[in-house]
Write a protein that binds this ligand. Structure first.
Ligand SMILES: Nc1ncnc2c1ncn2[C@@H]1O[C@H](COP(=O)(O)OP(=O)(O)OP(=O)(O)O)[C@@H](O)[C@H]1O
Length: 93
């Protein structure tokens, strides 16, 4: 298991993650982010481009996977709203 990050800000709940992702993280038993996750996830959620290097097993997959999933969830919500006329359109072709 990857080593957890330390510090008061090092909590998944404080990163602005979607509640569904927070639930998934809890189900995985990830109590707190690893150091690389604590550093990378907030920046990725801001939309920053990142080049990250950390040792094997340090939690890099979650560090990029959670922001990618959040982006997909948000994109689906936006396109769903557009499909229902959220952009003032006819809802389709
Ligand atoms: N925040 C966390 N808390 C507890 N365990 C975690 C956390 N993040 C990841 N893990 C677990 O740590 C292990 C290693 O994580 P992961 O495979 O994401 O690391 P990695 O840096 O991507 O590894 P690699 O360099 O091999 O690709 C996995 O079993 C994963 O489920």
């Amino acid at each position: 298991m990857a080593a957890a990050a330390e510090g008061p800000a090092a909590r998944f709940e404080h990163m602005g993650l979607d509640p569904r992702l927070l639930r998934a993280v809890a189900e995985l038993g990830w109590g707190s982010p690893t150091s690389i996750q604590a550093e990378a996830i907030p920046l990725a959620l801001e939309g920053r481009d990142l080049l990250v290097r950390a040792r094997t097993g340090s939690g890099k997959t979650g560090a990029y996977g959670l922001p990618v999933l959040q982006h997909l969830l948000r994109a689906r919500e936006v396109s769903g709203a557009a499909g229902r006329g959220g952009r003032g359109g006819s809802g389709g072709r």
